[in-house]
Design a protein around this ligand. Structure first.
Ligand code: S3P
Length: 179
Protein backbone atom coordinates (compact mmCIF):
# COMPACT_ATOMS: atom_id res chain seq x y z
CA UNK A 1 0.00 0.00 0.00
CA UNK A 2 1.20 3.52 -0.79
CA UNK A 3 2.15 5.87 2.01
CA UNK A 4 -0.16 8.78 2.73
CA UNK A 5 1.56 12.20 2.64
CA UNK A 6 1.43 12.20 6.41
CA UNK A 7 3.60 9.09 6.51
CA UNK A 8 5.81 10.12 3.65
CA UNK A 9 9.01 12.02 4.29
CA UNK A 10 9.09 15.50 2.81
CA UNK A 11 12.55 16.86 2.06
CA UNK A 12 12.90 20.60 1.54
CA UNK A 13 15.78 21.59 -0.72
CA UNK A 14 17.00 24.98 -1.87
CA UNK A 15 19.65 27.60 -1.38
CA UNK A 16 20.73 29.12 1.93
CA UNK A 17 18.13 31.62 3.06
CA UNK A 18 15.29 29.99 1.08
CA UNK A 19 13.39 29.46 4.33
CA UNK A 20 13.73 25.66 4.51
CA UNK A 21 13.67 25.59 8.32
CA UNK A 22 10.83 28.05 8.90
CA UNK A 23 8.70 26.59 6.10
CA UNK A 24 9.57 23.09 7.32
CA UNK A 25 8.33 23.83 10.83
CA UNK A 26 5.09 25.32 9.50
CA UNK A 27 4.55 22.41 7.10
CA UNK A 28 5.18 19.81 9.80
CA UNK A 29 2.56 21.55 11.91
CA UNK A 30 -0.02 21.49 9.10
CA UNK A 31 0.64 17.81 8.36
CA UNK A 32 0.89 16.84 12.02
CA UNK A 33 4.30 15.22 11.63
CA UNK A 34 7.75 15.81 13.05
CA UNK A 35 10.22 18.43 11.78
CA UNK A 36 13.93 17.79 11.52
CA UNK A 37 16.75 20.10 10.45
CA UNK A 38 19.64 18.29 8.80
CA UNK A 39 22.22 20.95 9.76
CA UNK A 40 21.16 20.53 13.40
CA UNK A 41 21.49 16.75 13.08
CA UNK A 42 25.06 17.12 11.78
CA UNK A 43 25.98 19.56 14.54
CA UNK A 44 24.50 17.24 17.15
CA UNK A 45 26.38 14.25 15.75
CA UNK A 46 29.76 16.03 15.60
CA UNK A 47 29.06 18.24 18.63
CA UNK A 48 30.43 21.39 16.97
CA UNK A 49 28.84 24.21 14.94
CA UNK A 50 28.86 23.95 11.13
CA UNK A 51 31.18 26.95 10.71
CA UNK A 52 33.70 25.19 12.92
CA UNK A 53 33.35 21.88 11.05
CA UNK A 54 34.26 23.74 7.83
CA UNK A 55 37.11 25.62 9.49
CA UNK A 56 38.67 22.61 11.21
CA UNK A 57 37.98 19.75 8.80
CA UNK A 58 37.00 21.30 5.46
CA UNK A 59 33.98 21.11 3.18
CA UNK A 60 34.36 17.47 2.06
CA UNK A 61 34.32 16.30 5.66
CA UNK A 62 31.13 18.29 6.23
CA UNK A 63 29.57 16.84 3.04
CA UNK A 64 30.35 13.30 4.20
CA UNK A 65 28.78 14.00 7.59
CA UNK A 66 25.76 15.56 5.86
CA UNK A 67 25.29 12.50 3.61
CA UNK A 68 25.60 10.16 6.59
CA UNK A 69 23.04 12.19 8.55
CA UNK A 70 20.65 12.20 5.58
CA UNK A 71 20.91 8.43 5.26
CA UNK A 72 20.19 7.80 8.92
CA UNK A 73 17.28 10.28 8.90
CA UNK A 74 15.84 8.60 5.80
CA UNK A 75 15.39 5.31 7.64
CA UNK A 76 12.43 6.87 9.45
CA UNK A 77 9.23 8.14 7.92
CA UNK A 78 6.57 10.79 8.56
CA UNK A 79 8.90 13.76 8.92
CA UNK A 80 9.55 17.07 7.23
CA UNK A 81 13.31 17.41 6.75
CA UNK A 82 14.99 20.75 6.02
CA UNK A 83 18.19 19.80 4.18
CA UNK A 84 21.24 22.06 3.98
CA UNK A 85 21.64 24.13 0.81
CA UNK A 86 24.45 21.89 -0.42
CA UNK A 87 22.71 18.55 0.11
CA UNK A 88 21.52 18.72 -3.50
CA UNK A 89 25.14 18.52 -4.72
CA UNK A 90 25.50 14.78 -4.23
CA UNK A 91 23.57 12.22 -6.26
CA UNK A 92 23.77 9.78 -3.33
CA UNK A 93 21.72 12.25 -1.27
CA UNK A 94 18.95 12.32 -3.89
CA UNK A 95 19.00 8.54 -3.91
CA UNK A 96 18.67 8.40 -0.11
CA UNK A 97 15.72 10.82 -0.20
CA UNK A 98 13.99 8.86 -2.98
CA UNK A 99 14.71 5.44 -1.45
CA UNK A 100 12.91 6.54 1.68
CA UNK A 101 9.76 7.10 -0.39
CA UNK A 102 10.23 10.81 0.18
CA UNK A 103 8.89 13.77 -1.75
CA UNK A 104 11.46 16.45 -2.56
CA UNK A 105 10.34 20.08 -2.58
CA UNK A 106 12.44 22.96 -3.93
CA UNK A 107 11.90 26.35 -2.32
CA UNK A 108 12.67 28.75 -5.17
CA UNK A 109 13.76 32.33 -4.53
CA UNK A 110 15.70 34.92 -6.52
CA UNK A 111 19.26 35.81 -5.53
CA UNK A 112 18.28 39.19 -4.06
CA UNK A 113 15.69 37.66 -1.74
CA UNK A 114 18.17 35.01 -0.59
CA UNK A 115 20.81 37.65 -0.02
CA UNK A 116 18.44 39.73 2.10
CA UNK A 117 17.87 36.72 4.32
CA UNK A 118 21.49 35.62 4.73
CA UNK A 119 23.45 38.88 4.81
CA UNK A 120 24.72 39.78 8.23
CA UNK A 121 24.47 36.18 9.39
CA UNK A 122 27.92 34.75 10.06
CA UNK A 123 26.85 31.12 10.43
CA UNK A 124 27.33 30.25 6.72
CA UNK A 125 31.03 29.61 6.07
CA UNK A 126 30.65 29.45 2.28
CA UNK A 127 29.54 33.08 2.19
CA UNK A 128 32.34 34.37 4.39
CA UNK A 129 34.25 35.78 1.43
CA UNK A 130 35.14 39.22 0.17
CA UNK A 131 32.22 39.50 -2.27
CA UNK A 132 29.51 37.38 -0.70
CA UNK A 133 26.68 38.51 -2.99
CA UNK A 134 28.69 37.63 -6.12
CA UNK A 135 29.57 34.30 -4.57
CA UNK A 136 25.91 33.67 -3.79
CA UNK A 137 24.89 34.38 -7.39
CA UNK A 138 27.60 32.06 -8.75
CA UNK A 139 26.71 29.25 -6.39
CA UNK A 140 22.98 29.68 -6.99
CA UNK A 141 23.42 29.60 -10.78
CA UNK A 142 25.42 26.40 -10.62
CA UNK A 143 22.97 24.75 -8.23
CA UNK A 144 19.64 25.69 -9.78
CA UNK A 145 19.66 22.69 -12.19
CA UNK A 146 20.19 20.42 -9.19
CA UNK A 147 17.42 21.94 -7.08
CA UNK A 148 15.09 21.72 -10.07
CA UNK A 149 15.37 17.93 -9.90
CA UNK A 150 12.94 18.05 -6.97
CA UNK A 151 9.46 16.54 -7.37
CA UNK A 152 7.77 19.85 -6.54
CA UNK A 153 9.03 23.45 -6.86
CA UNK A 154 7.40 26.36 -5.08
CA UNK A 155 8.03 30.08 -5.66
CA UNK A 156 8.52 31.62 -2.24
CA UNK A 157 9.26 35.28 -2.99
CA UNK A 158 7.16 37.66 -0.93
CA UNK A 159 5.40 34.85 0.92
CA UNK A 160 5.39 34.16 4.66
CA UNK A 161 6.63 30.69 5.68
CA UNK A 162 3.08 29.67 6.65
CA UNK A 163 1.79 30.58 3.17
CA UNK A 164 4.55 28.59 1.48
CA UNK A 165 3.77 25.65 3.76
CA UNK A 166 0.06 25.82 2.84
CA UNK A 167 0.96 25.87 -0.86
CA UNK A 168 3.10 22.78 -0.44
CA UNK A 169 0.42 20.98 1.58
CA UNK A 170 -2.08 21.69 -1.22
CA UNK A 171 0.36 20.42 -3.89
CA UNK A 172 0.86 17.24 -1.89
CA UNK A 173 -2.89 16.71 -1.82
CA UNK A 174 -2.98 17.17 -5.62
CA UNK A 175 -0.27 14.58 -6.10
CA UNK A 176 -1.65 12.14 -3.54
CA UNK A 177 -5.38 12.88 -3.68
CA UNK A 178 -7.71 11.77 -0.91
CA UNK A 179 -4.94 11.40 1.62
C1 S3P B 1 25.40 25.08 2.90
C2 S3P B 1 24.21 25.44 3.47
C3 S3P B 1 24.00 25.50 4.93
C4 S3P B 1 24.95 24.53 5.64
C5 S3P B 1 26.36 24.77 5.20
C6 S3P B 1 26.56 24.61 3.70
C7 S3P B 1 25.53 25.12 1.41
O1 S3P B 1 22.66 25.15 5.26
O2 S3P B 1 24.58 23.20 5.40
O3 S3P B 1 26.72 26.06 5.62
O4 S3P B 1 26.49 24.53 0.86
O5 S3P B 1 24.66 25.71 0.76
P1 S3P B 1 21.40 26.16 5.03
O6 S3P B 1 20.96 26.03 3.61
O7 S3P B 1 20.39 25.63 5.97
O8 S3P B 1 21.87 27.53 5.37
Amino acid sequence: MQNTPHQRNIFLVGFMGAGKSSVGKALAKILGIRFLDLDDAVEKELKIPIAEIFARFGEEYFRDAESAALKSVSIHEAQVVATGGGAALREENWQAMRRSGGVTVYLRAPAEALWNRVKGNQSRPLLRVENPFERLVEMLDSRIPLYEKADIAVNTEGLAPESVASLIARELLDIYPGQ
